[in-house]
Design a protein around this ligand. Structure first.
Ligand code: HEC
Length: 507
């Protein structure tokens, strides 16, 4: 009897000591984020193997205690001290290997810290169970046992989140369950056109999620950088902002993804699949256009061809098969209609490239017949045209209001038409119009006020027009500070030289 009392006392003392050590460990702040030498990492990597033991043992303990409660005289109760002892041992082992793993790998993010603290508390709870079970009254024992079960669920879920990511369990949860849990529900992309895609949300964010967020999220802030949110991109990390609006060269993010792949600083690291050229060009374009949080593809400036291809391919994957079929039908119909206009009236209508939804118009072959009325024929499809060459036609000022509906136009050639320019201000409705050619028209000083409204223009050709009055031209240049206004007076050897220099630059 005395012997048994002695061993109970020993268990209680040992348990108390163990709890003190664990308590100290939980508050010590061991994790400093620095990877250690290989022995710790070697031992630590047994953690994923070991950790299943405490889970299984604790479940077994709960089952046995439950059975024992229902039939106190049953034989299973005799197993309980052994099961409890093993539970304590393997839980301590899991804590030990887990601590070595986190310490050795230099992991110190908040999720790891929480997981470690809960793991230690769990170990303390099992040790406490060992001590409590030596006492005659069992009330507290059962309470702690339930608490240990709850801690086990929380801790192992956290552990899973560390290795697989926070939303691993719920990623494919049915939608009603996700709503119940207050999780984000995938919203169907409602953009009916490529232009309506929000650049950050629909194009940039998915690239980050696919390639970067596993290391750059609020739990794993590698380099102190969080790429899960828009503000995280601007806030950046240790080295400052990751994205600097309008400045591709100053943006650390772009720098990292364009390094040689074997560079130590290359992102994503560790042999992960690098971003492809199209993804990189999209990110560069987004930054160069100001790295906006909510602007759409349509609202940002024109895209380089590579970006355009990428955006189109992403859009096609985003929409449902039915929607895709509908768009393809619509496109087929558009091609057929435009082909019939071409055949009937001789107006040359061509897609900017094979299969594109954007077209150019050219009226050379029918310039003597093409007038304001014929322009109206094209109006139902006005949104499909990006460039129109109507030079030498019989178009008049009355036709300009029709042209104001061709809202995608980037380039418009009205040279040698009948225009005098009294209505040209209406073209202010074409947001993307960069180039307007009025060569050889009857535009004169009276049109300056109208032309001055076209602040979106980058190039305006006024050569061979009656508009030569220096004062009027000066007024026009002031109204259009970003526009290159070409006039007869201005054509000089210098501009020719400039042009040559430019063509060398661009080649
Ligand atoms: C496997 C983990 C991992 C992945 C995936 C990853 N990174 Fe990193 N990243 C790191 C680590 C670690 C650092 C800190 C060390 C350093 O600066 O090189 C870092 C640092 C950075 C920094 C510098 C932050 C600063 O201010 O110090 C940028 C920018 C960056 N990453 C961008 C990216 C981008 C973009 C991607 C996706 C294409 C990506 N990372 C994917 C681990 C990762």
């Amino acid at each position: 009897m005395a012997e048994k009392k002695g061993s109970i006392l020993a268990v209680q003392l040992l348990g108390g000591l163990c709890m003190v050590v664990l308590w100290w460990l939980s508050g010590y702040g061991l994790l400093d984020g620095e990877p250690q030498d290989t022995l710790w990492r070697f031992l630590g990597r047994f953690h994923p193997v070991v950790l299943h033991l405490p889970i299984g043992m604790l479940v077994l303990l709960l089952v046995l205690e439950f059975m024992g409660l229902r039939r106190p005289d049953s034989k299973v109760s005799e197993l309980i001290p052994l099961v409890l002892g093993v539970t304590i041992a393997v839980t301590l082992l899991a804590v030990a290997t887990g601590t070595m793993l986190a310490y050795g790998e230099g992991a110190d993010e908040p999720l790891v810290q929480d997981h470690m603290r809960n793991g230690i508390w769990l170990a303390m709870a099992t040790v406490m169970l060992g001590v409590l079970r030596t006492l005659p009254s069992r009330g507290t024992y059962y309470l702690v046992l339930l608490a240990a079960g709850a801690l086990m669920v929380i801790t192992s879920h956290q552990g899973g989140s560390i290795t697989h990511g926070r939303d691993y369990l719920t990623e494919y949860a049915p939608e009603p369950l996700r709503r119940l849990l207050g999780l984000e529900v995938e919203e169907e992309v409602t953009a009916a056109r490529v232009e309506d895609l929000v650049v950050f949300e629909h194009l940039v964010q998915p690239i980050m999620e696919q390639n970067c967020v596993s290391c750059h999220n609020p739990d794993k802030l590698k380099g102190e950088l969080n790429l899960e949110t828009f503000s995280g991109h601007l806030a950046g990390g240790e080295l400052g902002p990751a994205v600097v609006p309008f400045d591709v060269d100053a943006s650390e993010l772009l720098f990292r993804i364009t390094l040689p792949e074997d560079d130590e600083e290359f992102m994503p690291p560790d042999e992960k699949t690098p971003l492809n050229e199209e993804e990189i060009s999209l990110l560069a374009w987004w930054i160069a256009q100001g790295a906006s949080a909510d602007q759409t593809v349509g609202a940002l400036g024109p895209m380089p061809a590579q970006v355009d291809d990428y955006v189109t391919s992403v859009f096609k994957q985003m929409i449902t098969p039915e929607e895709r079929a509908r768009l393809e039908d619509a496109q087929r119909e558009l091609y057929a209609t435009l082909a019939s206009i071409r055949a009937e009236y001789g107006i040359l209508i061509q897609p900017v490239e094979a299969g594109a939804d954007e077209f150019t118009i050219e009226t050379h072959a029918v310039r003597n017949a093409f007038d304001d009325g014929m322009l109206k024929l094209l109006e139902p499809h006005a949104r499909s045209f990006v460039a129109a060459d109507l030079s030498g036609t019989r178009l008049t000022d009355g036709g300009v209001s029709s042209l104001a509906n061709f809202v995608q136009l980037r380039s418009l050639n009205l040279s040698r038409t009948e225009l005098v320019g009294s209505t040209l201000g209406e073209l202010a409705a074409l947001p993307d119009l960069e180039s307007l050619n009025l060569y050889g028209t009857k535009i004169d000083g009276a049109a300056v006020e109208q032309l001055g409204q076209l602040t979106q223009l980058k190039q305006l050709f006024l050569t061979q027009t009656p508009l030569e009055d220096a004062e009027a031209l000066e007024q026009l240049r002031q109204a259009l500070p970003n526009c290159d206004v070409q006039t007869t007076a201005q054509i000089s050897p210098l501009t020719e030289a400039d042009k040559t220099a430019k063509s060398y630059e661009s080649s």
